[in-house]
Ligand binder design. Structure first.
Ligand SMILES: Cc1cc2nc3c(=O)[nH]c(=O)nc-3n(C[C@H](O)[C@H](O)[C@H](O)COP(=O)(O)OP(=O)(O)OC[C@H]3O[C@@H](n4cnc5c(N)ncnc54)[C@H](O)[C@@H]3O)c2cc1C
Length: 384
């Protein structure tokens, strides 16, 4: 009998808040270990997200263990890297580990459907508005925006970079405004090399472009609200007046066919440090910490977070690990695995965007290919 996406029971071993990559991978992993898993996702699949859609190959062994063969999605294989300064100085380098390109629209929907066939339950579209922990009962109660309540022995927070839940958890980054803005288009541009991921800098921002499935490209950039305002306040004026100062971007913007009527846009993207455990919630993916997109490693980190949390959660649910030990072990594993990568990501981001510094960095790195590969290794992990 086909699984019903809308779950009627009000309790589960594990409730996962947010069905992005971290949530879907954790759901598949914990279900594979025999647990009852309920994912609450506020949107209906499939849907687009602002994301560069380049996935580091470090995730491949884990996807294999989850039984998620992505070949039917037709991902592009990415083996080369290019970096340009705002004035268009270009350097190239092989991508040591490499990666693949696939749209989130297709990838998340694929993992959602796979999870349904494995018996993961979903409640969607539904938003978690509040989570409380009852120490005496050793259980969480979740309240949905429609007033419905759910209970769980364990809750994983995989709700992404920013949610009203962060305010409820009293997380400090929530009250600090972030200047960043992210924009994504899907493009068609015949002749663009399908094995290259290119990162093109422009004043106060950078754009990544690489192939995804079919004959499409993902074109995604990060900049600031101020940059948007200064260039006339619209995405079209920003692209024409600022991005197009870089000749590589001018070429892309002039010749590419845009596949959506409007690009996807998000703001309030904060790279501030966060904690991986808050009020007995284990946080995974962007909810635990967002790496700057120029590193192209956020999706791998979301999947890796699930790979770290699931075996520990499994021991907890089987009564082999008490809650304080679970939380301490997960926090330790999380900091050991991602702490340095997040710090390097923040430092590298500061090198780009300013016209003089970007020119100097790209100009210097052109003569020092080993440094480019070292930087990439520092912002990526190893296969897990
Ligand atoms: C501009 C930009 C470009 C990027 N490019 C790349 C790239 O090329 N490669 C890469 O690896 N990474 C990239 N990243 C990072 C990557 O997108 C994220 O790290 C990754 O999506 C994190 O996955 P996640 O599962 O933690 O969160 P998400 O994928 O954001 O999923 C969170 C989910 O939670 C749901 N949700 C939120 N609140 C609630 C709630 N209260 N109740 C129920 N559901 C809720 C949301 O609807 C969403 O589906 C980029 C990021 C940005 C900003």
């Amino acid at each position: 009998m086909a699984a019903s996406p809308n779950f009627i029971s009000n309790s589960a071993d594990v409730v996962i808040i947010g069905g992005g990559l971290a949530g879907l991978a954790a759901a598949l992993d914990l279900r594979g270990r025999g647990h009852q898993v309920l994912v609450v996702e506020r949107k209906q699949y499939p849907f687009h997200r602002v994301c560069g859609e380049y996935v580091s190959h470090e995730v491949s062994p884990y996807l294999g263990r989850l039984g998620a063969d992505l070949a039917p999605l037709g991902p592009a294989t990415l083996t080369k890297f290019q970096l340009s300064s705002p004035a268009g100085r270009l350097l190239g380098s092989p991508l040591d580990l490499g990666g693949f390109g696939v749209s989130r629209y297709r990838l998340d929907d694929f993992l959602y459907k796979l999870a349904l066939t494995r018996g993961v339950k979903f409640r969607l579209p539904a938003t978690v508005a509040d989570v409380t922990f009852d120490a005496a009962a050793n259980r969480h109660t979740l309240t949905l925006a429609d007033g419905h309540q759910l209970t769980a022995r364990l809750v994983l927070g995989t709700y992404g970079k920013r949610s009203a839940l962060d305010r409820q958890l009293g997380r400090s980054f929530f009250t600090q405004r972030s200047p960043y803005l992210g924009v994504k288009h899907h493009l068609r541009l015949p002749g663009f090399a399908r094995d290259v991921i290119a990162l093109h800098n422009f004043r106060d921002g950078y754009a990544g472009i690489s192939a995804i499935e079919d004959d499409k490209l993902c074109f995604c950039y990060l900049t600031t609200r101020d940059n948007l305002k200064r260039s006339g306040g619209t995405i079209a004026s920003l692209e024409a007046e600022v991005l197009a100062q870089n000749p590589h971007l001018a070429d892309i913007l002039r010749h590419a066919e845009r596949l959506y009527a409007q690009p996807e846009v998000i703001n309030e993207i904060s790279f501030a440090p966060k904690q991986p455990v808050e009020q007995h919630l284990l946080l995974l993916g962007d909810a635990a910490g967002l790496i700057t997109p120029l590193c192209g490693n956020g999706m791998a980190m979301a999947l890796h977070g699930a790979a770290l949390a699931a075996p520990l959660a499994d021991q907890f649910l089987r009564g082999q690990l008490a809650r304080p030990a679970l939380e301490a072990a997960y926090a330790e594993a999380w900091h050991r695995t991602f702490g340095a990568r997040l710090r390097v990501g923040r430092a590298v981001q500061r090198l780009f965007g300013g016209p003089v510094l970007s020119e100097l960095v790209v100009g210097g790195l052109r003569h020092w290919p080993a440094a480019v590969r070292t930087l990439m290794r520092q912002t990526h992990g190893v296969p897990f």
